[in-house]
Design a protein around this ligand. Structure first.
Ligand code: SF4
Ligand code: SF4
Length: 165
């Protein structure tokens, strides 16, 4: 491409973006609020429903302790360990549930696909940083807590990428 052609192309691109709303956010004062649910499994269609792959949520009342989520993760990140819980459920005789190490998790969602009891979904919670490695390990009790989401800016994800809502 000639120099003049390059300049015209650059100008053209710049002018086109004048009308595009600025995307940069002043985090942490401004935070993302993703529209819709996180990644989960649809029992009717048998496939995953697209959604943000943030921190998991574990529904204790559905978890049988079958360990399939842990097996699914074994060849990927070994982020899931099965641990004892104090609760007693008729459907979870061993009283074990997954705990997830977010220092290892790659947010692939295979554990969600693998759970036959729809006990494990992902959420829109993306604020997981911590000062210690141990704080990145979420116990079954922590995984059961519904995340509080930031309210500032709506972001809609579609096949063209992220846009302001
Ligand atoms: S999302 Fe995380 S915990 Fe689940 S299978 Fe993938 S790496 Fe393992
Ligand atoms: S979360 Fe699902 S796959 Fe994992 S132990 Fe519980 S029931 Fe089994």
């Amino acid at each position: 491409m000639s120099t003049a052609g390059g300049i015209i192309r650059a100008l053209n691109s710049g002018v086109k973006h004048l009308a595009v709303k600025r995307f940069t956010l002043r985090y942490p004062e401004q935070k993302l609020k993703f529209v819709g649910d996180g990644f989960r499994f649809n029992p009717e269609t048998g496939v995953g429903i697209a959604g943000l792959r943030g921190r998991h949520i574990l529904f204790h009342e559905h978890c049988t302790g079958c360990q399939l989520c842990s097996v699914a993760c074994e060849g990927i990140a070994e982020a899931i360990g099965m641990v004892k819980v104090n609760e007693t459920w008729k459907h979870n005789k061993k009283a074990i549930m997954p705990q997830i190490d977010y220092g290892k998790c790659v947010f692939c969602g295979l554990c969600v696909d693998a759970c036959p009891f729809y006990a494990l979904y992902m959420t829109n919670d993306y604020e997981l940083s911590s000062f210690t490695k141990s704080a990145l390990i979420y116990t079954p009790a922590q995984l059961a807590v519904k995340p509080k989401m930031a309210q500032d800016v709506d972001i809609k994800i579609d096949d063209r990428g992220a846009t302001h809502g």
